[in-house]
Design a protein around this ligand. Structure first.
Ligand code: MIC
Ligand code: SF4
Length: 642
């Protein structure tokens, strides 16, 4: 029986386990990346492991999230990451050099290699045939130290593309279409492989838009074959030597095959507050728009912005609209400047922001109250923009420009002729903002620079055989890590200061949570389906840990968050019968007994002391996960194993 492309790469990197869907496998990791908002914590964890030099083929630390520097905190973090990178064998991409996923694709990604990154959109690398996963910072730290990365062997979904996109219909619309079909839960436990004749008409940046947004499906990762189009891209980056042709076997077997006819697609739009809330742009035409943002790791490539510039050329942004454009990398911005496209953008009245995440993570550019915003980003979760009552819609760059020019949601096909933009055959390569690490013999002399905002991370405690605690918060379905640990300009600078961050934990759902959790000492949180979707931020586990959360019970969990909880020594548990969710209330005292034997049998009994209910909880921990929970988290477990 033939193998899918992902199965082939997994087979080449398998350290332990069987390639049977649902079973735990361990993978050798070739490359890692971090960004600054998760990086400080990841490097503190790496330091705690006491390893001198990374053991990966390539590890890169990017500064792209916290670049506002409204206080000393960000700059201190940058300095810390720069020094730690230099000492331990990690490349350092300076602030302003671009968004980690865009720069990694341009400069470091290699087909057929494995990559994990402390950012959920790391699967962007699948656009050039890498097997790339988003992970918690601690998993990345372990991989830098040469440890394997553990995942559940995913099911394989194939999306077969037919035909070719019509003018003004884009890769972003393909992403929105698959979200419409599968929903934000539809990719959980699966790898999505893109194939079919239709992929031949998609360039690498377009493929990367699609693999990037596979994250919003909850997929373990997404991947495209590596073909002549990949070779062209790598050649243009001066890296043809990294090219390797890769494809699934002809007789590969998939668990599910979905067909999408590219030529039948229309411009689509995701409505507030979920990326799968997708309708046609046409159906919302005439809706007044206050702000338009173009950029983010989904849509900030040279191809995207050349099209944007061509559409804006000679026109002016509607006076009612505020338009921002954040190029994905310095390479993109420089090439826009070189060819004059930047002048067209500036002349239109757009505000050009730094090559960074910026508005995507609420670092500035928050919209007016109750504003209607169109963004080319990948997430439109409530409050993420920094304005609680704003309504954020997700669209393609073309649809974004149409709204910026007309002041209302407008089908871009009405803009006239679609711009004919081709990628250049060679990009402007300038790696001067990527600093190589110190040579091994010089590393000992490199001093690590720590600022006062860097506080210790919370220590986990081993799980005992009985847990008795109050249900301190009960929330509903699709709780994102932005609900659990919000980001944004006011909070993001404190990613290395868990005590400070804890004040904002769950504030979107309940502003009293942090105080109540502290007062309770220990607590249990209950959630609905797909708990912890979204970002890979391990802060969504570390901060609850700091506030005394010992277990989270939900109808189901998102993959990275469940792993982060276990790494932090917090038990993720699911209701055997989802209806039992309704039988317990916030404020009830819950007792879990026989926890250790329950970890083995997969069933733990919960007794609600307040109303007498007895409820069956399930867990499917691997032996390693049980040991991690009993040891008090991954760090304690890793140290004990040394
Ligand atoms: C995001 O898009 O939510 C982030 C900010 O990039 C996160 C990482 C973080 O919270 O630092 C992600 O996607 O993992
Ligand atoms: Fe940055 Fe936004 Fe991409 Fe996250 S989704 S990495 S915040 S651009």
């Amino acid at each position: 029986m033939g193998l899918t492309l992902a199965q082939k790469i997994i087979k080449n990197h398998l350290v332990s386990g069987n390639m049977i869907a649902g079973e735990e496998i361990a993978l050798r990791i070739d490359q890692t990346l971090t960004q600054d908002a998760t990086g400080t914590m990841a490097y503190l964890e790496f330091e705690a492991m006491g390893i001198d030099r990374v053991k990966t083929e390539r590890s890169v630390a990017y500064i792209d999230h916290n670049t506002l520097q409204s206080g000393f905190e960000n700059a201190d973090d940058h300095r810390y990451i720069q020094s730690v990178a230099k000492k331990h064998g990690i490349y350092f991409s300076r602030p302003g050099n671009g968004i980690c996923h865009q720069v990694h694709l341009e400069r470091f990604g290699i087909p057929g290699k494995t990559l994990i990154g402390s950012d959920s959109h790391t699967p962007t690398g699948g656009g050039i045939g890498m097997l790339a996963f988003g992970a918690g910072g601690l998993d990345v730290a372990v991989a830098m130290g040469g440890g394997a990365y553990y995942i559940t062997m995913p099911r394989m979904i194939c999306v077969e593309l037919k035909g070719a996109l019509r003018p003004f219909v884009t890769a972003k619309d393909v992403s929105l279409e698959i979200l419409r079909i599968l929903s934000v839960k539809g990719g959980v436990g699966s790898i999505i492989e893109w194939g079919g004749e239709g992929i031949k008409s998609l360039s690498v940046p377009e493929r990367a838009t699609i693999t990037n947004m596979g994250t919003e499906l909850g997929a373990t990762t997404s991947i495209f074959p590596s073909d002549e189009i990949t070779r062209d891209f790598l050649r243009a980056e001066g890296r043809e030597g990294d090219y390797l042709p890769l494809a699934a076997d002809d007789d590969a077997v998939y668990d599910r095959v979905i067909e999408i006819d590219l030529s039948a697609l229309k411009p689509l739009i995701a409505c507030p507050h979920m990326p799968d809330n997708v309708v046609t742009v046409e159906s919302l035409k005439g809706t007044r728009v206050d702000q338009v943002c173009i950029g983010s790791c989904t849509n900030s490539s040279l191809l995207d912005l050349l099209k944007v510039a061509a559409l804006l050329k000679g026109k002016t942004v509607d006076p009612r609209v505020s338009l921002s454009i954040s190029p994905g990398s310095r390479q993109v911005l420089t090439m826009l400047a070189d060819c004059g496209a930047l002048s067209d953008i500036l002349a239109s009245g757009a505000r050009v922001l730094e090559c960074a995440c910026g508005p995507c993570i609420g670092m500035g550019f928050s919209p007016n109250s109750a504003g209607v915003i169109l963004r080319t980003f990948n997430r439109n979760f409530e409050g993420r923009s920094g304005t609680r009552d704003a309504k954020v819609y997700l669209v393609s760059p073309e649809t974004a420009v149409a709204a910026a020019l007309t002041g209302e949601i407008t089908d871009p096909t009405l803009l006239g002729n679609a711009p004919q933009v081709k990628l250049p055959t060679s990009f402007r390569v300038d790696d001067s903002a990527i600093l190589p690490p110190a040579k091994p013999e010089e590393a000992a002399g490199v001093e690590i620079l720590r600022g006062p905002n860097i506080k210790e991370f919370p220590k986990s405690r081993p799980q005992g055989d009985t847990l008795s605690a109050e249900l301190i918060l009960k929330v509903g379905d699709n709780i994102t890590t932005d609900h659990i640990m919000p980001a944004g300009a006011k909070i993001l600078p404190y990613r290395s200061n868990i005590p400070y961050l804890s004040r904002f934990c769950f504030a979107v759902c309940d502003e009293t949570f942090a105080d109540r959790a502290k007062a309770a000492g220990e607590g249990i949180v209950v959630g609905g389906a797909n708990y912890g979707q979204g970002s890979s931020r391990e802060h969504a586990a570390l901060v609850p840990l700091y506030l005394g959360v010992r277990a989270v019970i939900a109808k189901s969990f998102a993959r990275i968050h469940a792993a982060n909880l276990i790494n932090a020594g917090i038990m993720p548990l699911t209701f055997a019968d989802p209806d039992d969710y309704d039988r317990i209330r916030q404020g009830d005292r819950l007792t879990l007994s026989g926890v250790w034997s329950g970890m083995d049998s997969g069933v733990i009994s919960l007794h609600d002391e307040t109303n007498g209910a007895v409820i069956r909880l399930t867990c499917a921990y691997t032996d390693r996960q049980k040991d991690i929970l009993k040891a008090g988290g991954l760090l304690a477990y890793t140290k004990a194993a040394d």
